[in-house]
Design a protein around this ligand. Sequence first.
Ligand code: NAP
Length: 312
Amino acid sequence: MTTPIRIALVGMGKIARDQHVPTIQQDPVFQLVATVSTSGGSVDDLPAFASLEALAASGVAVDAVSLCTPPQVRRAIAHSAIDQGWAVFLEKPPAATVSEAIALRDHARARGTGLFASWHSRHAPAVEPARVWLADRQVLDASIIWAEDVRQWHPGQDWIFEPGGFGVFDPAINALSIATQILPQALFVEGAAIDVPSNRGAAIAADVSLRTAAGAPVHARLDFLQRGRQRWDIAVRTNDGDLLLSDGGAALSINGDSLSVADALHGEYAGLYRRFAEIVPAREVDMDLAPLTLVADIHLVARRTEVDAFDW
Ligand code: NAP
């Protein structure tokens, strides 16, 4: 058996604890060796540090880090980790801005370290079957509905409504990561309307008009105040039938026939870490910026409306 990849987790919040810790602990390719937490978070009796610099100075042997912080602080931490020669797994979105992400990509290439801009929703079980089914069909139009209750899914996460926190685009970038994966042509933004609460710095809802390079219209309705049934759906009409990818990529139906159903987030992180296990030894840079670029483009063209203040 080869030596495991020694990995440290940075930012011990919800996604680190819900997905990264159990996935790493169940994967013999990785060994969790340390945590970095500004609030003293730790895992079992593993060495725990207050900063990446403290981890680097500690002498704990590390090959890779996974960054599970909010996007606003990610670039600086990732840059320091690359300086250490560690491979870096970036939670989505890879950075707060496109230029930050490009700088990280260039820095990793220059230093010869692995870098992975992860898009967990692309590893949802029905995404690849959807991509294959759409590959040789002509898309007529598509509709994205990403509507969830921020109070249920992100309670108290104030960073999400700060500038650089992405607001409703924090979940909606998952929809764009799937759409850019399954649609056979590139997507362009044509227009957008964005609602921003009067007391916050990021969007709470948006309507976005996009078009594929082949001319098919794609509409996206994004909502962070959804009550009742939560929706993470992408519907695509083609010249040869209709596809519905629902539950964030967990379920697929074609012409009304259900093809597969699985739990949301089921297996997504196992898939991400399988990919990271290839990236680390190969010192590869895997950074597809299409979803982040679309979010940036949406904000470039968007008409903004101030709406009611938002409080938890
Ligand atoms: P979270 O629960 O708020 O955790 C983020 C953690 O980052 C905090 O607990 C904190 O950990 C650390 N942190 C460092 N600097 C911070 C700052 N300035 N403000 C707030 N926290 C700071 O958030 P999360 O839901 O885990 O999301 C983290 C990232 O994962 C986001 O980019 C999100 O899009 C992505 N993600 C989340 C989910 C999900 O379902 N929640 C799913 C997939 C991806 P320490 O106190 O340990 O430093």
